[in-house]
Design a protein around this ligand. Structure first.
Ligand code: PMP
Length: 290
């Protein structure tokens, strides 16, 4: 597979208030966001030219910054307009949108009170996270060694770059062992989520999903819970022990990028891509284009 590096593409990126040529959207190597992880981002998808739950993403983007102690210097309205501009400038009808905000270069130590907050928004085509054949059969997961930290240990509700350090390590380890992704427990040992998507289990036709009290309460997660209820499917949000997987029939992940991704296996334990998963996949594809 040929990789086209993300810093060497045609198109336009919105950076600090204006659209600039893609390859010019650079930051200095001495940027606080890079050295100290003072960086938050979003991941959104446009369907038919319209970003699904756009405003919720922008509001979470603002909230993520506040949780790291900084204020994103553009209003929700300005960012909403900027995202539309980026889609148009890059001719993206169906694609992914990536806003990112970071502390700049004025200070280069733990204390960074006087740093400027920078914002960029890019967009690119990204049909599905996994190839169709893999997605249809369901992906294979292995348990991660890292656990999601407690709210006393990290700003867990922020979509902060630093919280992804353990995700990338876990995902790489899983991929090297032939799996597609890793399933993370939380600090208490309850099932939490995958490295970039929330977890849903189906037990005897009812949905059980971990309570989002120490990881990102995904916008897709909330959408799926609402869609399930609309379809008369009972949803339980609760603490779930990994031992409970033995009585689970279906497993799927949800996220903006992952959409609904069925799971066929967790470390040798097998699941089917069953009716609940299929019903919600259809309902979600209809909802994002409604
Ligand atoms: N958890 C993590 C760690 C994620 O990166 C994502 C993707 N943003 C999600 C959950 C799902 O969130 P959403 O549905 O808002 O995309």
């Amino acid at each position: 597979m040929e990789l086209i590096p993300f810093d060497d593409r045609d198109g336009f990126i919105w950076m600090d208030g204006t659209l600039i040529p893609w390859r010019d959207a650079k930051l200095h190597v001495l940027s606080h966001g890079l050295h100290y992880g003072s960086c938050v981002f979003e991941g959104e998808r446009a369907y038919g030219g319209k970003i699904f739950k756009s405003r919720e993403h922008t509001e979470r983007f603002h909230a993520s910054g506040e949780l790291l102690g900084f204020t994103i210097p553009y209003s929700v309205e300005v960012l909403e307009a900027a995202k539309s501009e980026v889609l148009k400038a890059n001719n993206i009808v169906d694609g992914y949108v990536r806003p990112v905000a970071w502390r700049g270069s004025e200070m280069m130590a733990i204390s960074a009170q006087a740093t400027t907050i920078h914002v960029a928004i890019a967009s690119w085509a990204w049909p599905t996270m996994y190839k169709a054949d893999i997605k249809e059969k369901g992906i294979r997961l292995t348990m991660a060694e890292f656990k999601r930290p407690s709210p006393e240990m990290a700003p867990v509700a922020s979509k902060a770059a630093g919280l992804y350090m353990i995700c990338t390590i876990s995902k790489h380890k899983a991929e090297k062992a032939g799996f597609q992704d890793a399933l993370m427990l939380d600090y208490r040992g309850y099932l939490a989520e995958a490295t970039g998507a929330n977890l849903f289990l189906v037990i005897d036709g009812e949905i059980h999903t971990p309570k989002a009290d120490c990881f990102l309460d995904g916008i897709t997660r909330r959408t799926i819970i609402a869609l399930a209820k609309d379809h008369g499917i009972t949803v339980h949000e609760r603490h779930i022990k990994p031992e409970e997987l033995v009585r689970v029939q279906e497993v799927f992940l949800t996220g903006t990028a992952a959409e609904i991704t069925p799971v066929s296996e967790v470390d040798g334990q097998m699941f089917v891509v069953g009716d609940v998963t299929k019903t919600l996949m259809a309902a979600y594809s209809a909802a994002v284009r409604a």
